[in-house]
Design a binder for this molecule. Structure first.
Ligand code: SER
Length: 311
């Protein structure tokens, strides 16, 4: 990766990945793009361009002008939001992805897009979910993510585009709040624990989902993109995870820092149904074997950092 263009650079992953890539590869080597330009360091402290991922012509122009060799495609609608407006989600998530894949093909760039635990469904084995297994997602987001995995494989096989991807679990960070996801409760719980010493979870007790701390997710993206392509058998997309949590387990970890923290429940049926259709805990062994994935944050270490930084 020498000159990287990021779509959705102001989103949950993008706002942190942009800064981390600029640190590693140099400020002028990372072109952040998004549909709006706010007063955020992603937009003010390095190259930034307005880009609607539905506009392929502009995307091509930017890739050509900036002599981009890698496109990291992050612009997408998350699971709960996609369920509220499925048709819009399909149009944005799929047209955006195809425009990026076409651009990558035209300019022979590398390509990265995140998939998700959402690419699995209720008939997928719930525990130690294998890399290659049943994928019959029941959410629009999951259908988008699975289609994305297949399309990226197709562009690799058919056109030789160097496509790579990760199936991310819920990502947790104190820097940027996610928006419209199902795993967002975990991030909200930390913020509410610090501010109000209590949280009302919209996800039921006993609902286990994979999670990972953002620095591990950023490191995984860079590591996968820098990996020797000949070693990648499952390039689109690798299971990655650092921990499997339910609201109670997260609350227990928070109570080790804030003993009076109280957790209540008020279930949101849309997000609960989404969570129920996803695995409890992925098997990330292919990522470990093929390119050395190694998350470093345990639950308690993440909790300590989250609370310290939110305070
Ligand atoms: N964090 C995402 C969501 O909840 C999962 O990919 O939608």
């Amino acid at each position: 990766m020498k000159r990287i263009l990021i779509t959705g650079a102001l989103g949950q992953i993008g706002s942190e990945l942009t800064l981390s890539l600029r640190e590693t590869y140099g400020k002028d080597k990372v072109i952040a793009t998004d549909i709006r330009k706010p007063d955020h360091e992603v937009a003010t402290e390095g190259p930034f361009e307005i880009l609607d991922v539905m506009d392929q012509k502009r995307m091509s122009q930017l890739v050509s002008t900036h002599r981009v060799d890698t496109i990291i495609h992050l612009a997408a609608l998350l699971s709960a939001k996609a369920e509220l407006n499925p048709l819009f989600a399909w149009n944005l998530n799929m047209s955006g992805l195809l425009n990026v894949l076409e651009t990558a093909k035209e300019f022979k760039t590398k390509f990265f897009a995140p998939s998700s635990i959402g690419a699995f469904g209720p008939t997928t084995p719930k525990n130690a979910t294998p890399q290659n297994t049943i994928q019959r997602p029941t959410t629009m987001y999951g259908i988008n993510k699975l289609t994305g995995e297949l399309l990226a494989d197709y562009y690799f096989r058919r056109y030789g585009v160097d496509c790579r991807g990760l199936r991310f679990p819920g990502l947790i960070s104190y820097k940027t709040q996610p928006g419209g996801g199902t795993t967002d409760y975990a991030v909200e719980m930390y913020h509410e624990a610090v501010k109000h010493r209590r949280y009302t979870s919209y996800i039921k007790k006993g609902t286990y989902l994979d999670m990972m701390y953002m620095p591990d997710a950023l490191a995984a993206i860079i590591q996968l993109m820098e990996a020797d392509g000949t070693q990648l058998k499952n390039r689109n997309a690798y299971n990655v995870t650092a921990m499997s949590l339910d609201p109670e387990k997260l609350a227990q970890s928070i109570r080790r820092e804030i003993p009076e923290f109280r957790l209540d429940y008020k279930i949101d049926s849309v997000r609960q149904q989404i969570a129920d259709s996803w695995p409890n805990q992925l098997d990330a062994s292919c990522a470990k074997e093929e390119w050395g994935f190694k998350p470093t944050f345990t639950l308690d270490r993440m909790t300590k950092e989250m609370i310290k930084n939110i305070m």
